[in-house]
Design a protein around this ligand. Structure first.
Ligand code: DOR
Ligand code: ZN
Length: 428
């Protein structure tokens, strides 16, 4: 028995649409064509001429479990991912306990096997307990299934420690994924240091807090040959440093979030902690530089930094609330509406930044629509107009600055290895 998805449009390299059928057998794409083989036992899905894409991949997701289950669990976070069209996500290690050893990482795998709705690849931490003191045993963690290494949430403070970490990661051929933030430059800031922080009399985090560490790290990556991936790039100087490093042949890659592409500090009209995230929303010039960097390939792809928090925590106001906003259930629609509908980027570019590119950067065997690939697929209704409504999120997190935004385009069906993991109500 197979599954046949009929009447779907795939997006070709030149952005043209091509109506096709896809046959799935044993969780794998076995045929793509105008008319695929069909037998009586096959399950037929009518794609209603919607867009078929390789399932989205988000390499930057905070699932919070273990230890932060009030904010999110593996189950709720992966349900949110499925609703957003994601079929593979990478889970950040700032949990409690931190996956800095084999036992904890294995326990996370066990929990994921029980409750995850989409594929989850867990990160392990660079330093034990994310404390920046002692390096984790990367060999042991690779053997236990670590996807890559990161201390996301905090920067690696000394060049010496970063050098050692990069050497270890390089010897194992895994990526070093960096949250770049120099603690001596944070200045207890809660937003970008600029006109808005001045107007609101709040402490600011200067742009150099991020870029200075990237500048250091690209040189360390050059010295070690490590694959160095920069998380959530937010400043124009960071883009410039990464562009120069790529030109010099250094093995650096980078991601940008939907919120840094869509918003800047001037959008923060009041003390609303749904605009508080780390790195913070920067200036209009930074926002523009991020888009330019994405378009010219300096920035490789888009990742959400989905960071759920409870309403109580986010209700503490700009000064006290934790950093972070959710993103899995709004990313595609926001990006489609603001960049594809406006003709700034093509649909094919957007789909590549959400699937093919992250897979390519991290050498994952997913992210393309081809025969023999695992059937991780997302069906997108690009005509659907709707309003983002945080009360309908499957994530436990409601912390979004995009509530009530009018958008066009919606993931309507998500398939992981041949199994339907999400179906939009109106679509069924
Ligand atoms: O805004 C953020 N939230 N940035 C981070 O780096 C960490 C994340 C979190 O864990 O909440
Ligand atoms: Zn981060």
């Amino acid at each position: 028995m197979g599954i046949i998805i009929k009447n779907v449009n795939r997006v070709l390299f030149n952005n043209e649409l091509q109506l096709c059928q896809i046959r799935i057998s044993n969780g794998v794409i076995s045929e793509i064509g105008q008319k695929v083989r069909q037998s009586n036992e096959d399950v037929i899905i009518d794609g209603k001429e919607h867009i078929i894409s390789p399932g989205f991949i988000d390499v930057h997701v905070h699932l919070r479990e273990p230890g932060g289950e009030a904010k999110e669990t593996i189950e709720t976070g992966t349900n949110a991912a499925a609703k957003g069209g994601y079929t593979t996500i990478c889970a950040m290690p700032n949990t409690n306990p931190v996956p800095d050893n084999k036992k904890t990482l294995e326990a996370i795998y066990e929990r994921m096997n029980q409750t995850a709705k989409v594929n989850v690849l867990p990160y392990a931490s660079i330093t034990k307990g994310l404390k920046g003191e002692e390096l984790s045993n990367m060999k042991e963690l690779k053997d236990a299934g670590a996807f890559a290494f990161t201390d996301d949430g905090v920067g690696i403070q000394t060049a010496d420690q970063m050098l050692q970490a990069m050497e270890d990661a390089a010897s194992l051929d895994l990526a070093l994924v960096a949250h770049c933030e120099d603690n001596s430059l944070i200045h207890s800031g809660v937003m970008h240091e600029g006109v808005t922080s001045k107007r609101m009399h709040l402490k600011g985090i200067p742009s150099v807090c991020e870029s200075v560490q990237i500048a250091r790290d690209v040189l360390l990556a050059e010295a070690t040959g490590c694959h160095y991936h920069v998380c959530h790039v937010s400043t124009k100087e960071s883009v410039r440093v990464i562009r120069d490093a790529k030109r010099a042949g250094i093995r650096v890659t980078a991601e940008v979030t939907p919120h840094h592409l869509l918003l800047n500090e001037s959008d923060i009209k009041e003390s609303n902690s749904n605009y508080k995230m780390n790195p913070p929303l920067r200036t209009k010039a930074d926002q523009q530089a991020l888009l330019t960097g994405l378009l010219d390939g300096t920035i490789d792809f888009i990742a959400t930094d989905h960071a759920p928090h409870t309403e109580e925590e986010k209700g503490r106001g700009m000064k006290e609330a934790p950093f972070g906003i959710v993103g899995l259930e709004t990313a595609f629609s926001l990006l489609y509406t603001h960049f594809v509908q406006t003709n700034i980027v093509t649909l094919r570019q957007l789909l590549d930044w959400l699937s093919f590119k992250p897979a390519q950067v991290f050498g994952m065997e997913v992210g393309s629509l081809k025969i023999g690939a695992k059937a991780n697929l997302t069906l997108l209704d690009i005509t659907k107009e709707w309003h983002i409504d945080k009360t309908t999120f499957l994530s436990k997190g409601r912390n979004t600055p995009f509530d009530k935004w009018k958008v066009t385009g919606k993931p309507v069906l998500t398939i992981v290895e041949g199994e339907i993991v999400f179906e939009e109500d109106y679509y069924v």
